[in-house]
Every structure is written in C-alpha cells, then in structure tokens.
Design a protein around this ligand. Structure first.
Ligand code: XMP
Length: 599
C-alpha cells in the first residue's frame, strides 16, 4: 500500500543523506534505501529520488540498482549521478567528462511547469560532476541550462520524470529547497504530516512489533542518543521490559560515569546498573596503534561485556534484544549503506553487531534520525534541556582522541617544503607532523599528516591557509595552529599505545576545555569540542594537545569554530600548566577535508 513518504535511493553521495533531511524539513517522511531495494518497498513511496554518487554510469563497478524503478509508474527525480543514470537507462546518452565542473553556476530556466515552478528566470545552482547528459531519452525536454551544461534540468512531463545535473539539497543552491518542495508536494502530491509526535507513535508501534514478547537490553552511555533511545523504548514497552547498562570504559570524561548514574536515577530510571570495565578495555587496546583496530577492539569489548552482564543477571539471551541509540550518520560513516565508503567503524557497527542486526536481534529506534531530530524527540519525550543539548561524545570516548604510534616515521621533508611555500604567502611557517589522522575527501577515507602553522594570524587567514594547503597537498588532510609554546625547536614522535596515565592527562585537558566552554556560554554555538592528544615531544618533552571545537548541523559536515581569543588564552594557560603537556594547537580544518574526531 502506498504511504505518504519519499524514498531516496543512495548511490553513495557524501551529501546524499541531505536529500532525505531536506524532504523532512518539508514535513514529509523520507527514507533512504539501497538502489537494489525490492519492488514491494519502492511501491510504498509516493515518489523516488535517485541521489548523486561518485561513480560514472560507465564504471564497471557502478552501483547495482533495481531496473524496475522505471516501471513503477511513480514520479522520479534524478540528481547528478541519478540524473545521468535515468537518462542512460531510458535511452539517452551520457558523455564521459574529462574535466569536472565544480562550484556555483547560473541556471537559465526554460520551463517553469512542475519542478521549477515559482522560481526566477535565473537561479544559482551548485554543480559537482564530471560526466553529463548529452542526448535525452524520448519524451524528455530541457527545462533549464547552464553555460557549461545544456541538459542541466530535464523533464518528461507525461511520466513525471525529472533530472537535475546540479544539487538542490546543498545550501549553495539557494532555492534548492523550493525545487525539492515542487517535486515532493507538487509533483508527488505528498501531505505535510511528518512531525516528531507522529514519529514517536509510529516508532513505538514498530518497536512493539519487532520486540514481541521479548525485552530490550540497552547500552546507555549517558549521551543524547542512548538516553533518548531509552526514553522511547520505555514509552513503547514500559519501564520493566527495558534494562539499561552503563559501561565505564575508562575512556570517559572526568566524573562522567557517576554523573550518568545520577542523571538516569534522577530521571526515574531504576532498571539499570553501571559496570566498571576500565581494566578490560585497556587490556583490549594494549599494543594497538592503528585507529580502526582500536575502534574494533572497543566495539567488540562492549558486546562481550553486555553478554556477560546478561548472564550475571540470569537473563536468558533468547528473551532479550540488544537496544542501541544508533543514529543515521553512524550508519553512513561505517559504510552501513552499500555505496557509502567506510570512513570510520563506529562502535555500534562492528562485525558482531552487524551479525545480530542481520538476525533481527537489535532494536535501534533512532537509526533513521539526525542529531537535531533526536534532540527534538528527546524534548518531546520530556527529557531535560541540559541532557538533550549535551555535546555528542563518541562511544569509544577518549580512546579515539588519544593518538598512538609505533614510532616509525616517514620522511616528510618534501611535503614540508611544499607546505612552507604556501604558509609563507600568509606570513606563517609550516611544519608537517609525523602523526596521522582520518579525513574524508571525495566521499572516501584519507589517513594523512596534519600540518602545523606557526606564527601570528587571525581566523580568516588561518582558514584561507588551511584550505589552500589541504587542497594543494594531497599528503595533508588537516591543518592546526600552534598556540603554545611560541617556538618549536624540535618535534619527536614517541612510540606509545593507550595507557591510563596518558588518558588521565587528556581527561584533565578535556575537562578544562569543557568547563571554559560552559562558563563562557559557548555550549550551544559549539556543536562539539573534542580535545585530542598527539604522541609528540615538543622541545624534548611532554605530549601535545589539540583543541578541535566545531560548528555543525548534523556532523556530516562541520566548520572549525573561531573562538574568542581571550577565552582561548585562558584554556591554553590552564592546559599548559598540566604536567606532561608541552604544546597545544588549534585545529583549523573544516569537514571535509578533515573529520571531527581525529581517528
Ligand atoms: P567524524 O569524526 O567522523 O564524527 O567527523 C562524526 C560524529 O560521529 C561521532 N563519532 C562516533 N559516535 N561512536 C559514536 O557513537 C563512534 O564510534 C563514533 N565515532 C565518531 C563523532 O564524535 C562526531 O559527533
């Protein structure tokens, strides 16, 4: 039966998820599915959007899709790759482009019926593509063109098929939301009935159906997502059938686990306990220096502990499903959808959890939601504002903010030279650092060196220098600015894994940064504020700290936060006073090309 919703088929675009987000902003439910989704699923939608993606329709390994999409008789909107795929499948021709068109372009509108209704004669649009549609399938006409792309907007009005070479879902296309609205409300005729209240009702029903007579055992970190998941599960099943476990991994923030215990109790949740597993977690990551290995070891350890605690409580495993507060971006970043590249393995997406998911043994009531929707839902469920507006904190905690190293060092002199040519233009000095961190470029994971900038500069200059360096030097995916000491005479990589004393220093540094954020009223404008530790001796001593506050909406993209210098000075002074900290830097990279966390 047809439901009032739009299905987005994800061909692997980094921003593909934004399409679904935008549709929900129009108060219409949208869902992201694999392009191979079965006909029965696709039939439920009022319309289908084919996302962009990094492939060319000519690629041998272009994403597989269900060709029956085009025999459904439903309205279809193809975007970028989706536009090219539709044209090719229906008998048109796609030209292999050798140059990429990237950035804004002027769309001249030729037909204002349907998709492009109520727009100006010309509209600014965002382009990012190599290939383009050269000849149209039968029944199609051009409804908008740019200087470099004749078939920038096309339509087959008889079948309600539309294709756009540009991206209406990004904010660089100022009237993009209007275009999506024309498709969703106008062409597909969707009603605007998607609200968080409706979602709560619907989800409670889904949860009851999935869980049946069984119960749910939830891993509750005390963060926004797992607490909202707990509240929702409680509402759906009743408090007695939901049991929460908080694991103190030893990688938590200062005093976090006791605060979580108190907060949950204050909220009236009594069906839970806290287990201290610090020793086990340190044991699990002993000797590991590679980020993905650390992440996997931690994720698996969570499951081992959960199983053990179930046994201890005499709960029969067959009576209990695992509950998790996984949200949509967690799935995307772990390549949970087939065509998204693996950027990082989130702790709630390691192999043994994937097996449980396949067996239908995991309940994730938030897995289709974005952070801001989760917060709205939390408020609706009556959770206190301070809880709902807490900064996100990753499951593996400080462990993925404390970089490790085997001590082996690449020869960085050639990259260093290149970085210095650019830095000099901004009156700065550059030093490429012998550690590595994770980034995301062109939809794929990078693992590359950060470049430190040394000298006096304002945020604007730093942003420009950072963008130039990461754009022009492939080996660098992150740029940081030296805050203290004033000069660096030597930098030396230390061979080290994770240990309790390093985490202790990082925990203190993090507490200082978070306190100042709170005291200076920056909690809301900063979306998240990781503090990171690098195993580097600077001037022959200590370790190095990096401050990484960011502004973001849904964590898929982020901008570094330009902090007031007075506040920054206070943080620097306090962190430099910590024993075994010898230097402190500020991350001045956006996402992309860097990610929010370093590992
Ligand atoms: P990145 O670093 O990929 O992070 O830009 C995006 C968001 O995801 C959070 N994050 C995690 N959350 N388990 C989580 O629950 C994880 O393993 C994990 N890794 C990253 C990160 O803090 C940011 O908000």
């Amino acid at each position: 039966m047809e439901e009032n919703k739009i299905i987005v088929l994800d061909f692997g675009a980094q921003y593909g998820h934004l399409i679904a987000r935008r549709v929900r902003q129009l108060h219409v439910f949208s869902e992201i599915l694999e392009p191979t989704a079965p006909l029965e699923e696709l039939k439920k939608a009022k319309g289908i959007i084919l996302s962009g993606g990094p492939s060319s329709v000519y690629d041998k390994d272009a994403p597989a899709f269900n060709p029956e999409i085009f025999s459904l008789g439903k309205p279809i909107l193809g975007l970028c790759y989706g536009h090219q795929l539709m044209a090719q499948q229906l008998g048109g021709k796609v030209e292999k482009g050798n140059v990429r068109e990237f950035g804004t372009a002027e769309l001249e509108i030729k037909n204002k019926e349907g998709l492009l209704a109520d727009l100006g004669e010309k509209e600014t649009v965002w382009m990012s593509h190599g290939d383009k549609v050269e000849s149209l399938p039968q029944g199609f006409e051009v409804i908008g063109s740019t200087a470099d792309c004749e078939a920038a907007a096309v339509a087959d009005f008889s079948r309600n098929y539309f294709g756009l070479q540009f991206h209406p879902e990004v904010t660089h296309t100022p009237n993009g939301l209007k275009i999506l609205e024309n498709f969703v409300l106008g062409v597909c005729g969707c009603k605007q009935d998607w609200t968080i209240e409706n979602y709560i009702e619907q989800k409670c029903e889904d949860v009851r159906k999935q869980v049946g007579k069984r119960n749910v055992f939830l891993l509750a970190s005390g963060g926004v997502d797992s607490t909202v998941a707990l509240a929702l599960l409680d509402k759906a099943l009743g408090a007695k059938r939901v049991y929460a476990l908080h694991v103190d991994t030893g990688f938590m923030r200062k005093d976090e686990s006791s605060a979580v215990e108190k907060a949950l109790k204050d909220l009236g949740y009594n069906n839970f306990h806290v287990v201290n597993a610090e020793k086990e977690f340190f044991e699990a990551v002993k000797g590991l220096v590679e980020p993905e290995e650390k992440r996997k070891a931690i994720g698996e350890k969570f499951i081992e502990i959960q199983n053990r605690e179930l046994r201890k409580l005499n709960m029969k495993p067959e009576d209990w499903l695992l509950g998790q507060g996984t949200i949509y971006p967690d799935t995307i970043e772990t390549a949970g959808t087939k065509n998204a590249a693996r950027i990082k393995t989130h702790h709630n997406r390691v192999d043994s959890i994937k097996n449980l998911i396949e067996a239908g043994l995991v309940v994730e009531p938030l897995d289709q939601l974005y952070k801001d929707e989760v917060r709205e839902l939390g408020e609706q469920l009556g959770l206190p504002k301070e809880m709902v507006w807490r900064h996100p904190f990753p499951g593996p905690g400080l462990a993925i903010r404390c970089l490790c190293s085997d001590g082996k060092q690449d020869d960085l002199s050639a990259i260093d030279e290149k970085a210095n040519v650019i830095a000099k233009e901004f009156g700065l000095e550059a030093k490429v650092l012998p550690v590595k961190s994770v980034g995301v470029q062109g939809d794929a994971r990078t693992y590359a060196h950060p470049c430190a900038l040394i000298g006096k500069a304002n945020w604007e200059t730093l942003e420009k220098a950072s963008t130039r360096i990461t754009n022009e030097i492939r080996e660098i995916n992150r740029v940081i600015w030296l805050l203290a000491p004033e000069n660096i005479d030597s930098i030396e990589l230390i061979a080290t894994d994770l240990n309790a004393s390093r985490i202790e220093v990082l925990r203190e540094a993090d507490a200082i940064a978070m306190n100042e954020t709170q005291e200076n009223g920056m909690m809301k404008e900063i979306w998240q504020f990781p503090t990171v530790m690098m195993p580097l001796h600077v001037n022959e001593k200590g370790e190095s700290i990096v401050l990484r506050p960011v502004e973001s909406l849904e964590a898929m993209t982020a901008r570094f936060y330009p902090m007031k210098y007075e506040v920054l000075q206070k943080i620097v002074k306090k962190i430099m006073a910590l024993e075994s900290v010898s230097s402190i830097f500020y991350d001045v990279t956006h996402k992309p090309p860097a990610t929010i966390e370093w590992e």
